[in-house]
Design a protein around this ligand. Structure first.
Ligand code: KG4
Ligand code: ZN
Length: 345
């Protein structure tokens, strides 16, 4: 069984083909970074137009790379939310058009579910597992109990962690996106030089907050007259260390809640763009080790947005017969855990 997956929810135009033996047959990601960089963030109109102009070619390249045609495909999946509505409409409309023309099932995939299930594609992880989902728009701790079955333990009350990286990078005069830039700068820095806050650390719940940390970075930068590259490196390293402490503390709490509910559960998974960060991966790997858990972090290119994760989530749904009608409307907001409501993150 082969599924085509389309991702257009933010600033990557991506298409991929995966099969039910967990093989990625093709995975094409076209980044719009260069187009957004002058604005220091994703501009929705630019993004939607770029998706329209490039998606057909990206799908054709994926089929070519896999040496497959639509006749080999069992279903067409598209990220249908949450995300920027312009981009979502482009991907969902393309997927529906192919599905209609080829009489194939259409699967509307939740972008967060695609991140959440990636560890099953890459490592064959069994349910249930504990997931730390950290991206540009989200920062959540979830118990993944099955396809479509998620229990949210905590979320951010203000900024997402990737957003904190992006905004702090801007304050440090680093480029966009901020995550990789801060990681690079931090490599040569002293993480102990600036005493930045650890918001929410020690709190009894599993929620996050990053707005105060960003403000602290602003004050720290202002406190250094004419920052040198070495000052910037120390600031970046101090910021990254603060984020690492917070993520480790919150995840530690979540491990306890997870084990209470699922004593048999043994895996901690990290997903989303921020999971590309090596220092943070190491911190969370240590949390898993201390708690006797297996730690799974997908390869970097499957952490940031891609089509393979959408194709895989679509395949998991298709296997269970959970397909969608061609009247399915994209959802700019679409929480994974309906019980947790539409709170931020
Ligand atoms: O999952 P993703 O590609 O898109 C969203 O769904 O948001 O995540 C993008 C986010 C950006 O905020 C980016 O700065 C962050 O992931 N990011 C990183 C790293 N690489 C990407 N953050 C920290 N360290 C990195 N190496
Ligand atoms: Zn994402």
């Amino acid at each position: 069984m082969i599924v085509l997956g389309i991702e257009t929810s933010c600033d990557e135009t991506a298409a991929a083909l995966v099969d039910d033996r967990r093989r990625v047959l093709a995975d094409i990601v076209l980044s719009q970074l260069a187009e957004h960089r002058p604005f220091g963030g994703v501009v929705p109109e630019i993004s939607a137009r770029a998706h329209v102009e490039t998606l057909d070619g990206v799908i054709a390249r994926a089929l070519d790379a896999a040496k497959l045609g639509f006749e080999d495909v069992a279903g067409i999946a598209a990220a249908a939310g949450p995300g920027l509505i312009g981009g979502l409409l482009v991907g969902v409309t393309a997927a529906k058009a192919i599905a209609a023309a080829r009489s194939l099932p259409f699967i509307a995939v939740n972008h967060l579910e695609a991140h959440a299930l990636t560890a099953r594609l890459t490592d064959g992880v069994d349910f249930p597992y504990l997931l730390l989902l950290v991206s540009g728009g989200h920062c959540q701790l979830l118990i993944v109990e099955g396809v479509g079955s998620y229990r949210r333990l905590g979320t951010t009350i203000d900024d997402a962690v990737g957003e904190a990286f992006d905004k702090s990078a801007k304050l440090l005069g680093l480029g966009y996106p901020g995550g990789p830039e801060i990681e690079r700068a931090a490599a040569g820095g002293d993480p102990a030089r600036f005493a930045l806050p650890r918001p929410m650390k020690g709190r009894p719940n599993c929620d996050f907050s990053f707005a105060g940390l960003k403000t602290a970075v602003r004050h720290a930068v202002a406190g250094v007259a004419q920052p040198t590259p070495s000052d910037i490196a120390d600031l970046a390293a101090s910021f990254q260390a603060a984020v690492g402490d917070v993520l480790a503390d919150r995840t530690e709490r979540a491990v306890a809640a997870f084990k209470e509910r699922h004593p048999e559960g043994e895996t901690l998974v990290i997903a989303g763009g921020v999971a590309a960060n090596q220092t943070l991966r190491a911190r969370l790997g240590a949390v898993a080790a201390v708690n006797g858990m297996r730690f799974v972090a997908p390869p970097l290119r499957l952490c940031t947005d891609n089509g393979a994760m959408v194709a895989w989530a679509g395949l998991e749904r298709l296997r269970l017969g959970r397909t969608d009608g061609l009247d399915f409307a994209p959802r700019p907001r679409w929480p994974l855990d309906a019980r947790a409501g539409a709170a931020r993150g």
